[in-house]
Design a protein around this ligand. Structure first.
Ligand SMILES: Cc1cc2nc3c(=O)[nH]c(=O)nc-3n(C[C@H](O)[C@H](O)[C@H](O)COP(=O)(O)O)c2cc1C
Length: 335
């Protein structure tokens, strides 16, 4: 991982410093870039809310080989981790490789290790074209997230994603505040629940709504027919002064857990963090920035290395907390 990180530091040309801990301190206010909006409070709150929880060690038991496998929306995953959607190599990540090269490395690495990666969306159009190209080549083994475009572009892109093989699609509903997209002639906008219901009913794929941070919005996601939600503040990139995902996750899981699949992201940096998110009520987690570092610094193999690291840490944390399976993690491993 050390070599991968050093190479990523060169490739990302200052857009990401590849800090020892990716905590958003060095990149406050750097959007575009790999950082966060405004004061960076939302990014910071993601890490702080996870750090506020500690794991309880229990070592007298018979859990020798814990089970990390999970099924999410019909897809079997070797561990409950997905690579979060991240787009824009040219303006966020240094621009030394193409969007297609980056996405190929990211998604192929995920497939090789038996997990799913996601693609993002945005303007210019080449971001979506690159995402759909790789999705097609991988026979749909990735989840495309489409922006909440104000126009018909939304429906067109969702259906195009499905034609390229996607069986699960998502919308990052929290992208509605990205005013730069409006300036670029591609406005995004919020929609009422009824509009989402109609859209989901007309989309022949499982549907994820990303950017849910309250119990009432999670209940609406259930009502409109989503198959899963992502509890996420978009890595602190859309609104300053928002709580961390791990802070709001337990109440959301209490309200809709078991009814809808719950993913969570923001500040997950280790297998221990994955286990904490599961104990707080997530069925699986997404990891963002560290996956970009792994893909740009080590290509497909870098991504595989990174997944192996998370897997090893998760497995060790499960043994040391006496957790038999990721599908049955309870809050009593936290204090
Ligand atoms: C450079 C960059 C680009 C991103 N692009 C998207 C995107 O296109 N769609 C989306 O849903 N989320 C996007 N995100 C947010 C991530 O999917 C994820 O929610 C966030 O990075 C998780 O936090 P973490 O990086 O601390 O793990 C982006 C994040 C970054 C850092």
């Amino acid at each position: 991982m050390q070599q991968i990180r050093e190479r990523a530091r060169e490739v990302m040309q200052g857009k990401c410093r590849v800090c020892p801990v990716c905590d958003g301190r060095a990149c406050v206010g750097e959007v575009p870039g790999m950082g966060s909006l405004g004061t960076g409070a939302s990014f910071h709150n993601n890490l702080r809310s996870l750090a506020n929880h500690r794991l309880v060690m229990r070592c007298i038991h018979d859990v020798v080989d814990p089970d990390t496998r999970v099924t999410l929306l019909g897809r079997a995953l070797q561990l409950p981790v997905l690579a979060a959607p991240m787009s824009g190599v040219s303006f966020n990540m240094g621009g030394l490789v193409t969007e297609q090269e980056y996405l190929s490395a990211l998604l192929e690495g995920c497939v090789a290790r038996g997990i799913l990666g996601c693609t993002g969306d945005g303007a210019p159009e080449l971001l979506t074209e690159a995402a759909f190209g790789v999705l097609h080549r991988l026979a749909g083994a990735a989840i495309p997230f489409i922006k909440p475009w104000e126009s018909e572009e939304l429906v067109v892109k969702l259906h195009s994603a499905i034609e390229h093989g996607a069986r699960i699609v998502g919308i990052d509903v929290d992208a509605v505040g990205l005013v730069t997209l409006r300036k670029m002639g591609h406005p995004v906008a919020p929609r009422p629940a009824a509009a989402f219901k109609e859209l989901i009913e007309q989309t022949p794929a499982k549907f994820i709504l990303k950017g849910i941070m309250t119990v009432d919005q999670a209940r609406l996601a259930v009502d409109v027919g989503a198959g899963a939600i992502v509890v996420s503040n978009h890595g602190g990139r859309v609104l300053d002064h928002v709580p961390g995902a791990a802070e709001v996750l337990p109440a959301i899981a209490d309200a809709v857990g078991g009814v809808i699949a719950i993913l969570a992201d923001g500040g997950v940096r280790s297998g221990e963090d994955v286990l904490k998110m599961l104990a707080l009520g997530a069925d699986a987690v997404m990891i963002g920035r560290p996956f970009a570092v792994a893909a740009l610094g080590g290509g497909r193999e870098g991504v595989e290395h990174y997944i192996n690291k998370i897997y090893t840490e998760l497995k060790a944390a499960m043994v040391l907390t006496g957790t038999r399976a990721v599908t049955n993690v309870t809050g009593d491993i936290l204090c």
